[in-house]
Design a binder for this molecule. Sequence first.
Ligand code: 13P
Ligand code: SF4
Length: 303
Amino acid sequence: MDKKTLIAEINKLKEEKNAVILAHCYENVEIDEVADFVGDSLYLSRQAAKTDADFVVFAGVYFMAETAKILSPNKKVLLPNLSAGCAMADMIDLEKIRKFKIENPNVPVVCYVNSTAEVKSECDICCTSANAVEIVKSLNTPKVLFVPDRNLGSYVQSKLPNVEVICYDGCCPIHDNLTLEDIKDKKGKYPNAKVLVHPECKKELLSLADFVGSTTGIMNYVKDSKDNEFIIVTEIGVVERLERDYPNKKFVLVSPEAVCKSMKYIKLEDVLASLKEEQFEIEVSEELIEKAYKPIEKMIAVG
Ligand code: 13P
Ligand code: SF4
């Protein structure tokens, strides 16, 4: 089936089934052509909560679809490819978070949404890369535990010196593997380029940044900027979207390694099959939904 026909078929089924398609901005850029909403984790989780569709097709990774299910328990949430996991979310499980809490008793736990429902259910409040600082600040407490991303946690620590942020030792391997040398190399070639960095990167990389922010934060920075050259220190999907939206500006991906394979599994064919066969449905028990909803709800309430 050619691309035009695929898109037409998806749009037809979407209407027939009253479905909504959400796409994270690391996904294959072709997905945007059928997506109702494209953005970062915070934006997508809000859209999932608001929609009154019968089906939510999530072009993203497992934890995102699971979060959508927790927020919309009465809808069918579909992940078009079940292999789309997240290496960071897999670094912590129920046993590990319980151990971390026992080692640090009576400290509120802030949980990056890049985590499983089980892990969320053990936490006090969730955050995303867009609101992590604001969320920790809102707790108004001298100490917090931060799971699972030590890099995002250390970024929060740098912004809130009066709070002790105790980080779990997890990370996103894609961002954590990027190096200072990667940025310096690109800066050597494009000395006037602005350096835009995702906070899942190591602390030393953030020190070279003109801007640190979530994927949407980075895209908004470009939208509002008069500059013409940017070194993008996050996943390739952001660069593809920026090149599409600003053909007269120059975007340099920090490293060819900045690719999350899990975000590339879903193709237009998978979205079509997902809608047609109503696959693969995300199931979360009622009990777990109830427990994991609370920290997400608290995050959304912070605004
Ligand atoms: P954001 O979309 O919140 O910036 O998160 C980046 C990410 O790694 C998602 O998996
Ligand atoms: Fe997980 Fe990193 Fe991929 Fe995001 S980019 S889905 S955090 S492995």
